[in-house]
Design a binder for this molecule. Sequence first.
Ligand code: ATP
Ligand code: MG
Length: 447
Amino acid sequence: MEMFERTYIEEARHRVGERITLAGWVSRTRDLKKIRFIVLRDRTGEIQVVVKPDTPEMFNLSLGREDVLSVTGKAVESDVAKAGVEFLPDGIEVINRSQQPLPVDILENKKSDLDTRLNWRFLDFRSPTTNAIFRVQNALVTAFRDYLSGNGYMEFQPPCIIGSASEGGADLFAIPYFEKMAYLAQSPQLYKQMCAMSFEKVFTITPIWRAEKFNTPTHLNEIRQMDIEQTFADDETVMDVLEKTLVHMLEEAKEKTADQLELLGRELTIPKTPFRRVTYTNAIEMLQGAGEPILWGDDFTKTQEALLTELVGDEAFFLKDWPGEQKTFYAMPYDKEDERDARYLEETYGSTEIGDRLVRAFDCLYGGIEISSGTMRIHLPELLKERIRYKGLNPDNFEYYVGAFRYGAPPHAGWSIGLERITMTVTGQSNIRECCMFPRDRDRLVP
Ligand code: ATP
Ligand code: MG
């Protein structure tokens, strides 16, 4: 039950002339000699409350920004008000006061700097731009979940505390765990594979942690990943799922958060499927042709990702067939003895030789930045051990991982989208911190 009978501002527009009670925050007031305007805001929008001097208790009521009010009265049509209606109150109740002055500018007349806004994140959420970013993010998450649920994928919940590294490498946060050490998960990798071994098509939205000491506009130490994993699938199978999921997410955001995108100055174009497949080798040639100092075997820098996007000329595309050294041990290598692989290599590269060096891994670049990576996984325990060795790692330390594929493991593949990354591109932000409600970076643990 509500505290009192309350009408949302959006609904008030359709209830012109009825006596209703609105509740929300004071965005701003404008006091003229003969009239007072109070802009009241709730989660559905803003309305201008108009007070005349003949009601002195309301006309003279002292009000500050972000005071919480309930206002009873009637909505009336208005030619001047932006929303087409304004509100004539017969009573105003101050429910709670806001301390003044506000520590951040949430009206965006003079936008406070990012650090200050993050320190006061709960207030910053009330500024139109920040508010719009998270509404768009919410539309993306909802669309992701709906699309996959609607297509037979089961949502699963991986653990966040793990006993050992899932990706290899040193980017793990260690935490004391009773008598032992444990780690914060850097990826739900093994868990999604284990779930797929039974449930076949699975997805998750889960936080992960990377202890890299970077401090870049595109990296955080805690992010949310949106992952799928599925059986009887190769890299191309899940690339197809990725582009369809992405397009659905963008379409939904465009439809459900049109006002927010407009406020953010974003005109979303929906990329056409199928996205172009650019091979890693071809991408290196393109960058070299443009004078970039990059060699076959190198990873792309963020600047090179942006340049490559210009050279390719598509907003969204795949980079596929990566050198094994750039991807994790579980990425499936090409097998030039295999008839299908041999045919593909011959058609794409004019020879099967290069197959020895390539794995079936891909990145999806969208809006000039990597938003997703995926691979076909190795489901064959012996091959997996060989690749672990090839990476200079000790297979004995990965027995818990390899063991998962000894009891009837079908071929499988999957990918991961970074939620904050995709929010960046969709909302047009250049700093990832704008796209995370409570970012965790090298310096920030609070709020
Ligand atoms: P990058 O090369 O961009 O640093 P990555 O290849 O190390 O990312 P993956 O392991 O492929 O990252 O993770 C899958 C997705 O998760 C990435 O495509 C990206 O969208 C997101 N992601 C990974 N690490 C970070 C991070 N530190 N900050 C923000 N997003 C990240
Ligand atoms: Mg990646």
